[in-house]
Design a protein around this ligand. Sequence first.
Ligand code: IVH
Length: 671
Amino acid sequence: MVDTEIAARVAQLRDLIHYHDYRYYVLDEPEIADSEYDRLFRELQELEEKYPELVTADSPTQRIGGRPAERFEAVEHRQPMLSLENAFSEGEAREFDNRLKRFLRQDEPMTYVVEPKMDGLAVNLTYENGHLTLGATRGDGWRGENVTQNLKTVKTIPLRLRGESIPPPAFLEVRGEVYMDIQDFKKLNAAREAQGEPAFANPRNAAAGSLRQLDPAVTAGRPLKMYCYGIGDVQGRLFASQWEVLQTLKAWGLRVNPQVERHAGIEAAIAYHHRLEQQRHALPYEIDGVVIKVDSLDLQARLGLKTRSPRWALAYKFSATQATTQIKKIIVQVGRTGAVTPTAIMEPVEVGGVTISRATLHNEDEVARKDVREGDWVLVQRAGDVIPEVVKVITSRRTGQEKPFTMPTHCPVCGTPLVRPAGEAVTRCPNPDCSAQLKRAIRHFASKGAMDIDGLGEKIVEQLVDNGLLQDVADLYRLSVDDLVPLERFAEKSAQNIVNAIQGSKNPPLERFIYALGIRYVGEATANLLAQHFQSLTALQQATEAELLQVEGIGPQVAGSIREYFQSEKTQALLQKLAAAGVRPQAPVRPQAAPLAGKTFVFTGALRKFSRDEAKALVTALGGKVASSISARTDYVVVGEEPGSKYAKARELGLTILDEAGFEQLLGRTA
Ligand code: IVH
């Protein structure tokens, strides 16, 4: 029998953790430090371990720990998960509104709830008496798959509903979209590529692929999120409107998109569509339109359903991200690393609400593979904030007048003969002083994710370089108002603004400074890893290739490129010049809750006190990683009883080996 005091403490810890999860993941307003949260979590874990009879299915410790499945069970939906009718123009949206009014014989404006149409995958969550009991994918709309264990690992999904203001009903189905933020998607892909795994094509595929993992531990490591937008079957509560549904879901601790709005009349809904289309690329996640829903549930019931979609809702899509246009000519552009990129100059065309007239053709081989010629009609696409690209040639529109492309032999900017190293796709201008490279390097240095210097646009950089004012990025810090004023389109005020912006950029976070240097293969994610690992520019500069390879996520190609960069005399002179100008990057603060960040563990043999899953969870909760096989990059090998061949290998490699007590000690020290 467990002491009632202990049982009460366990219940209290669970409540506290649920509450802080809600503050952190749903409201985005944490109340306590991560370390304090971790302490609560550990205390609960320890008590549950000692008194397994106190573990409940909705305990926060149970998010991880589900066993891998052989396959997913089928789940019949109690109410079908329908799809939506699409509209692509204001006219079609107005037609929808007219149809509803005719159907309902109503003249006054309809009240609509308008919501972003998330580009993820639909799921159904079942809560019984407030406890999450089932999670299923949409499947074909009638039958989906039971992915409860996987959905439980998604932190924005509450395992139990909050009941302070409105008690949860006896039975509730919640519907919503599981998705991945664009940044998280990029990081995931970068990590996959570094590991030699194939990248996901888009955040939607990444979300779907992550949710449909047979091993919940894999899903747990994927940054999935959820927004709820509706309900299915409900028992024990009546709603009057979609708006009330959304507000109530929020009160129950479910995450609802803050962009939802309620308006009278279709014109306001159309205005919302236009507003969101403008903001679309500034949102952290992908949306492909807005959903317009009749607010009143009575009216929804009267309107009823068609076979696959309800009559009361409409997906009003954004303009296509693909379009067809004609290529006028193919030029080459010289990038900051000297890469020479063939670029199509096209008849301007609107794609996804923006007019474009250029699209990248990536490299010589791509041009050949797609057989793109001057004069061709092509399909172009724009996705998110990436550069528009040519998808394919519409060969049926060829006239025979099209001109094939040949890569120039000399740099179009400085005339130096171009080189293409064997085995590489990229052609380069090898002249480090080529002004095209310098211009790109300066623009990259000043860009948002880098030094974030406002006002240094393409035209201005061009003038500064062409007038001999900048020979490298460090020269920026020597610019004075008097240097700028004589140039075209500079007034005293704008010159002063730029000088201020430059001077104000001298203390960037280390990761942004590393990114700003423009080292080949070092994007924002890698720069972050490097800053976290080395903590100072000097440490990074002095790192050997072996030390660089110790950084999780960095492979030989990247390490080689970093070494080469810092070894070059030109770099050393540049860094000295920047330091002399007063540029001092700020060391990153190590995240407190992640004392094991950057550390990789491998387990072998049976532990007595911890199950393997639990041991893994402890490591990941403290920011560490668990790998299945040993390599030189493994930081700790934890050896239990009857260890396997990994133990021998670990000794061979001279890795740090911990027994169970040592492992516990390490956790205790860092907690
Ligand atoms: S309502 C009966 N609201 O769009 C209404 N769906 O084409 C059905 N979706 O499978 C869905 N955001 O995956 C609704 N705010 C939103 C949505 C949304 C994205 C997706 C959902 C659904 C598909 C329908």
